[in-house]
Design a protein around this ligand. Structure first.
Ligand code: GLN
Length: 545
């Protein structure tokens, strides 16, 4: 039978609750305890797939094709597990299920209410993760902060779980934030006291409080929180902002969180082994030679929109013992005065996923710059479509070459909808989603990078390479190097006679982990680190003869 850890957030959002949950998962896994994780999101969207990245950050795609919260990316990277759609539940899903049940007549004669119908559906989804994963511990993060109206049914459901599962099988952890007052140079505990009061008002007494802060937390303040919030002194755990997110499991383990959890839940565990993780973090923090990668996208003001891409680059850098510095380039800036200076210092260019026409012409300019200057280029999903459009404009000699997403009437639709997508009218969950196999064409750069014949990668897109243009473009040097098993879909393309210009229709960034960097990213960063651009050349001493 699984035990449950419920993690709630207090005071403010964006204090790293997701990273804390992922870190707790890593701590338990390092003691050989099997874990699974779930995020409960109180918003009414069925999934974040239809939300703008400005609202929500990245949409993370699981292997089974669910469009989920980016926290699932943290969980997968920290715990090294592949999660499924069961791991992200939203109010939208809960209400849809309850209302569909009501229409079917499941509750015939009854009045449908938040308690018990909505809360029962929430508890059913939580237990489903335990059942599917058979994990010893299921860690459940409740999104948002305590006090949000829409979060109440979730809090009520997790409150009921302690009674139903037994006191020794459920643990509540509250993650709060201690604000710093500059004039008096002190940290404040009052908001934490208020948010714990709010939790207790609805019947949840936290067992552990994680205090996030940008400053060291004096023992006196921890004692005060313990006293006011009725939590053991050793269970008030400071979590001061770390240099890298991957350090958080080490900080929490150092503060004895692992032992406290094991003890409270009565878990059978071996002693912790974080040796490999510790070595990885030490390597990450050590000074390294830099390699500069330009990330040309349209949501560059909001870096969370590209979270997994950033992490995948960091993991690949670690593999090469290099510090990957990302040069954030807003693609529209390249468009205005074709300001290529912005790309001058880039040893590699990456174009990530995206939707809509804004910024596309700037990305095409970046792809053209990479192709003509032999600069390593990695295109991810939209980045592949951009690369095909750019190559098509050059090869077919027409500026009208385009994707039908951006110009529905283009005479040269090198990227187009699949026939089966033409009849789709709903926006939510209707893309090509989740894992598909891809056969690599031997002797290509892509095959060399992967060193495998068949790979499985995660997709999230509507548009595809148009096979009508396969032959003419291949004739000019655009090589399809990854294909679907029936040869119908071009999944990877690369430019012949270029040192490294590869793009894929899928999202390899979702599969990169700090301990197994993704082969396309490692191969790309490997090529970039050997690329000399302005500023990276070594000055040789001049000799007389
Ligand atoms: N907009 C493109 C499509 O739908 C690319 C999507 C993406 O980059 N994820 O096909």
């Amino acid at each position: 039978m699984s035990k449950y850890i419920f993690v709630t957030g207090g005071v403010v959002s964006s204090v790293g609750k997701g990273i804390s949950v992922a870190s707790i998962g890593r701590i338990l896994k390092s003691r050989d305890i099997s874990v699974s994780v779930q995020k409960l999101d109180p918003y009414l969207n069925v999934d974040p797939g239809t939300m703008s990245p400005y609202q929500h950050g990245e949409v993370f795609v699981t292997q089974d094709g669910a469009e989920t919260d980016l926290d699932l990316g943290h969980y997968e990277r920290f715990i090294d597990v592949d999660l499924t759609s069961a791991s992200n539940v939203t109010s939208g899903q809960i209400y849809s299920a309850v209302i569909a049940g009501e229409r079917r007549g499941d509750y015939l004669g009854g009045t449908i209410q938040v308690i018990p119908h909505v809360t029962n559906e929430i508890k059913r989804r939580i237990r489903e993760v335990a059942q599917l994963s058979q994990a010893s511990v299921v860690i459940v993060e409740v999104g948002g902060t305590v006090g949000d109206i829409e979060g109440l049914p979730f809090l009520e459901a997790i409150r009921q779980m302690r009674n139903e599962e037994g006191r020794d099988n459920v643990l509540y952890i509250h993650v709060t934030f201690l604000p710093h007052i500059a004039t008096t140079n002190e940290l404040k505990t009052k908001p934490t006291q208020h948010s714990v009061n709010e939790l207790r008002r609805i019947g949840i007494q936290p067992d552990i409080i994680l205090c996030r802060s940008d400053y060291e937390i004096p023992q006196g303040l921890r004692d005060k929180i313990s006293l006011f919030c009725d939590v053991d002194k050793d269970a008030v755990i400071p979590l001061v902002t770390a240099e890298t997110i991957y350090e958080v499991p080490l900080v929490l383990e150092e503060a004895n969180l692992g032992n406290i959890i094991i003890d409270r839940l009565g878990l059978d565990a071996r002693s912790t082994d974080l040796t490999e993780w510790r070595e990885m973090v030490a390597k990450l923090k050590a000074p390294k030679e830099p390699v500069t990668i330009a990330l040309v996208g349209k949501y560059t003001e909001l870096r969370d929109a590209y979270y997994s891409v950033r992490e995948a680059l960091c993991h690949a850098g670690l593999h090469h013992d290099r510090q990957v510095n990302i040069l954030w380039v807003q693609s529209e800036d390249l468009q205005t005065d074709s300001n290529l200076n912005l790309l001058k210092t880039a040893q590699g260019i990456i174009i990530p996923g995206g939707f809509g026409y804004r910024g596309i012409e700037g990305m095409i300019i970046a792809a053209s710059y990479a192709r003509q200057n032999n600069i390593p280029y990695l295109g991810l999903c939209l980045g592949m479509q951009v690369m095909v459009i750019e190559f098509g404009r050059y090869a077919l000699g027409s500026r009208e070459v385009n994707s039908t997403e951006f110009d529905p009437d283009t005479p040269y639709p090198v990227i187009d909808l699949l026939p089966e997508q033409h009849t789709v009218t709903e926006m939510g969950g209707t893309m090509r989603l989740g894992t598909y196999p891809c056969h690599l064409v031997p002797t290509t750069h892509a095959a060399q990078a992967y060193r495998e014949a068949v790979v499985y990668e995660r997709h999230r897109h509507r548009f595809e390479f148009n096979n009508r243009f396969r032959e003419p473009l291949e004739g000019k040097g655009l090589i399809p190097s990854g294909l679907s098993p029936d040869n119908r879909l071009v999944e990877i393309v690369e430019v012949k006679d270029h040192q490294w210009m590869i793009a894929c229709q899928f999202h390899p960034e979702f599969k990169s982990r700090p301990n197994h960097p993704h082969p396309l990213f490692t191969s790309f960063v490997g090529a970039a680190k050997g690329t000399l651009v302005e500023g990276t050349q070594v000055t040789l001493p001049l000799t007389r003869d």
